[in-house]
Design a protein around this ligand. Structure first.
Ligand code: NCD
Length: 329
């Protein structure tokens, strides 16, 4: 396996805490881990394709998706292929794996981890992956769990902030949409606690507010967080607007909000500072007007592209933890 440029290797910061064996919660990462991943993502973005394609040649990634996915699955698989890995898996594991026969997740992970070098898993239950990962013989990366967490989405969100602003410390982030069932915001606020002076303002439809336990947790970790009194407040002082869709598939029919999230269109854009950025984990439904896509503040398609390199960095890091800096032998 060939290494990356020495320039990159020399600038990689030393992380004191070991990288977590499994990546299932944003909370397990330290700031140093996050910064190391961002540097790797930047290096992999600029490295010659022919070089990165040799990096993990012969290694195998397993991919198990128990819930629908476009970006997360395809970017993980493309990231793996760009690093030279082979990919095996099920894109509809609820139907096309032994889950259909009643096999428990821990058994499936025990079995498939005998075939591969690392596993990427999306699951419909909030907490199932954490316990099941302990049964895996190889590192497990969460690709989203129920309405719980989505740690690599948060990493690519914050990587986007780092690229757009040159820093994350001190940013004021306005969270819009479904903060109760949206797993991306749960991981995002946890990851933002690793930075200094971040302020989080929230504007959610009634009934879709951030869970109170999470509010307490991130406040205790040092984040200033409050519910906006008005749309103007959430827009006018924001550095970042993080919009999300209502997770309709997770909402019991009798709990659908009567009012949907604020739709961000040209009128809302007019209230947003010129330096601000709009992010969205995607897919969008009606909460982002396509008419604003060409505004330079609309960063969501750049965010998607960043996801590929960030996920390459995550796979690279986890394989390095297994096989060492020297790569596969
Ligand atoms: C998100 C998810 O799956 O949680 N999508 C994604 O991974 N980019 C957001 C969503 O589905 O609303």
């Amino acid at each position: 396996m060939s290494g990356l440029s020495t320039e990159w290797a020399a600038s990689t910061p030393v992380t004191t805490a070991p990288f977590p064996r499994h990546l299932v919660s944003a909370d397990r990462l330290t700031r140093a881990h996050v910064e190391t991943l961002f540097e790797q993502a930047e290096a992999l973005r600029h490295a010659p394709r022919a070089e990165t394609a040799q990096r993990w040649r012969g290694a195998v990634m397993g991919s198990l998706f128990y819930e629908p996915s476009t970006r997360t699955r395809m970017s993980f698989e493309a990231a793996a292929l760009r690093l030279g890995l082979h990919v095996v898996g099920a894109e509809n594991a609820r139907e096309h794996s032994s889950a259909k026969k009643g096999e428990r997740l821990s058994d499936t992970l025990r079995v498939v981890s005998s075939y591969v070098d690392l596993l990427v898993v999306r699951h419909h239950e909030d907490d199932a992956l954490e316990a099941a990962a302990a049964c895996s013989r190889v590192p497990v990366v969460s690709a989203g769990t129920g309405s719980g967490e989505h740690p690599t989405q948060a990493l690519l969100d914050v990587y986007t902030l780092q690229r757009e602003f040159g820093h994350v410390d001190g940013l004021r982030v306005s969270l819009f949409g479904d903060l109760r069932y949206g797993r991306t915001v749960h991981s995002l606020v946890r990851l933002l606690t690793k930075f200094r002076g971040v302020e989080v303002c929230m504007l959610a439809p009634a009934g879709l507010e951030l869970p109170e336990t999470l509010v307490r947790e991130v406040r205790a970790a040092g984040i200033t967080l409050w519910a906006a009194d008005s749309l103007t407040e959430a827009l006018a002082d924001a550095d970042v607007v993080y919009q999300t869709r209502v997770q309709a598939e997770r909402l019991p029919a009798d709990q659908r909000p009567t009012a949907g999230p604020v739709r961000i269109g040209p009128a809302e854009l007019a209230q947003l500072p010129a330096h601000a950025r709009i992010l969205h984990p995607l897919p969008r439904v009606d909460e982002l007007d396509p008419a604003i896509d060409t505004d330079p503040r609309a960063a969501y398609f750049r965010q998607v592209e960043n996801g590929l390199f960030l996920r390459m960095a995550v796979l690279d890091r986890m394989l390095t933890e297994t096989f060492g800096e020297g790569g596969m032998v």
